[in-house]
Design a binder for this molecule. Structure first.
Ligand code: URP
Ligand code: ZN
Ligand code: ZN
Length: 482
């Protein structure tokens, strides 16, 4: 069925334009100040968008749906997570595939694509690289031909087997520069984290052992200790270390979930040296601070890197306002309160918080300026920039004729408070409960089909498709001359 979005305020790169938008099949067929009803196909659904903002569908560039196994599996699988995303106006999410022993990278990515078969909205993948070996170049070529052109590296998390030995950075970065693969990094310097951890007792995996406690170095560190165990300087150090290697290879870098003022300073330092750097942060670092980690519900606010100080939060808000942050993504990684509270030791609490369903509302609320400035910034940070950086444009990330009809219709006047009743994740809680918002998605359209409407996910399981990424725009014109 064709759809006519009548009289909305279209959020274009140039600003807001009052116009009608016609969707035929999966794509945007026409945008005009007024589209004559007599020209519509019979049965066209006309959606009154007066007073509403019409955004390109949001792109959540960092999610973890269906992560882990058994008791440590995330509450949201691909269906639940993508349904929450659809309710939040998200039409594309980017999750990640593991590097699986005994399988090629493409085989691993294909397994993950199979796991995501239930997704309600479209998705792309980052490919985790945890081990470097001779011959990985051919695997990378094959992976890129399969549509995965973004790699994910961890400078920490040895306990999960995803830490990439720094000795491999040089060779891997050289290959990625040559093949124009986007390298995204979870930056926390494990040497610093390990040094701090030496003073602690072994990790306690249950409430029974060792006894819960606060900050004592002789007993299990609680959630309040998490920022001390994984400090901002570890983030800054890993950004600098990886960045200096990347500079030698003229390889642009993408830093996921930048959480601190020091981390942002490191990003600036690398940019001053000439490295092209994409900085991503998340709604939780922009809205929440480490004081949440105290008390009975502290575990519900635990993620990695940890929540930081008010000064860090302010520095990130300033960086957002000054345009130094390119992308906001949620790092949605949902566990139930039972899972989060099963251990009193912050090192054994499953890390991560949900957020994809609430992100657009919360971001629109916190972005500065009038409605037009907020809308333009939200469209850039949560749609256009991720589309360009991950090689998904022009199909995704803008409202132009011929592109995918992925649309978030958004009411800038809708207001409320995030509460249990509005929660969109199987985790059953939101770290944002109690926060007021102004502005909310009211309808989400994926390639011409309504997948969420009036708070209900209407998209079918499997309505989403795997998206093959092209070369990231981060490589265009960079480096200027070699
Ligand atoms: O705590 C988090 N962020 N969990 C998800 C994994 C990651 O590091 O992004
Ligand atoms: Zn991470
Ligand atoms: Zn993550």
């Amino acid at each position: 069925m064709d759809l006519l979005l009548r009289g909305g305020n279209l959020v274009l790169e140039s600003g807001i334009a009052a116009a009608d938008l016609l969707i035929r099949g999966e794509t945007i067929a026409r945008i005009a100040p007024s589209i004559d009803a007599a020209t519509l196909s019979p049965g066209t659904r006309v959606i009154d968008c007066a007073g509403l903002l019409v955004f390109p569908g949001f792109i959540d560039a960092h999610t973890h749906f269906g992560l882990g196994e058994g008791a440590s599996r995330t509450a949201d699988g691909f269906y639940e997570g993508s349904a929450a995303a659809a309710l939040g106006g998200v039409t594309t999410f980017i999750d990640f595939a593991d590097q699986i022993p005994g399988k090629t990278l493409l085989q691993g990515a294909n397994i993950r694509i199979g796991e995501a078969a239930d997704a309600v909205v479209d998705f792309a993948l980052h490919q985790g690289i945890y081990r470097f070996h001779e011959g990985i170049g051919e695997e990378l070529d094959e992976l890129a031909r399969g549509g995965v052109r973004a790699l994910k590296l961890f400078t920490t998390y040895k306990e999960f087997g995803v830490f990439l030995d720094p000795g491999a950075w040089e060779s891997l970065f050289s290959l990625c520069a040559e093949k124009r693969l986007l390298v995204a990094i979870h930056a926390e310097d494990d040497e610093i984290i390990e040094e701090i951890a030496k003073a602690l007792p072994p990790v306690g995996f249950s409430k029974a052992s060792p006894p819960p406690s606060s900050a004592s170095s002789q007993s299990a560190p609680g959630p309040g200790m998490h920022p001390y165990l994984r400090p901002a300087r570890a983030e800054a150090s890993a950004i600098m270390k990886t960045g200096l290697v990347a500079l030698r290879h003229h390889l642009p870098l993408y830093f996921v979930h930048v959480s601190s003022a020091e981390g942002m300073d490191a990003v600036r330092n690398l940019r001053r040296r000439g490295l092209r750097v994409i900085a991503e942060t998340t709604p939780h670092y922009l809205l929440l601070t480490e004081d949440r980690l105290g008390g009975e519900d502290g575990p519900l606010f635990l993620m990695t890197p940890p929540l930081r100080s008010l000064a860090d939060r302010s520095a990130l808000l300033e960086a957002l306002a000054s345009g130094e942050i390119d992308i906001v993504a949620t790092d949605h990684c949902s566990y139930t309160p039972e899972q989060k509270k099963a251990s009193a030791d912050c090192r054994a609490i499953p890390a991560g918080v949900p957020g994809t369903g609430e992100a657009a509302s919360l971001l629109f609320t916190l972005l500065p300026g009038d409605i037009e400035s907020k809308a333009k910034a939200l469209a850039a940070l949560f749609s256009r920039n991720p589309a360009r950086i991950f090689g998904l444009s022009p199909k995704k990330g803008s409202l132009e004729t011929g592109t995918d009809a992925d649309i978030a219709i958004f009411d800038p006047a809708a207001s409320g408070i995030i509460s249990k009743a509005s929660i969109r994740t199987a985790a059953g809680y939101s770290p944002y409960e109690g926060l007021a918002y102004r502005g909310a998605p009211v309808m989400t359209i994926l390639r011409g089909r309504v997948v969420a409407e009036r708070g209900r996910c209407t998209g079918a399981r499997g309505a989403g498709a795997f998206l093959e990424c092209g070369v990231s725009e981060i490589f265009s014109g960079y480096p200027a001359a070699r």
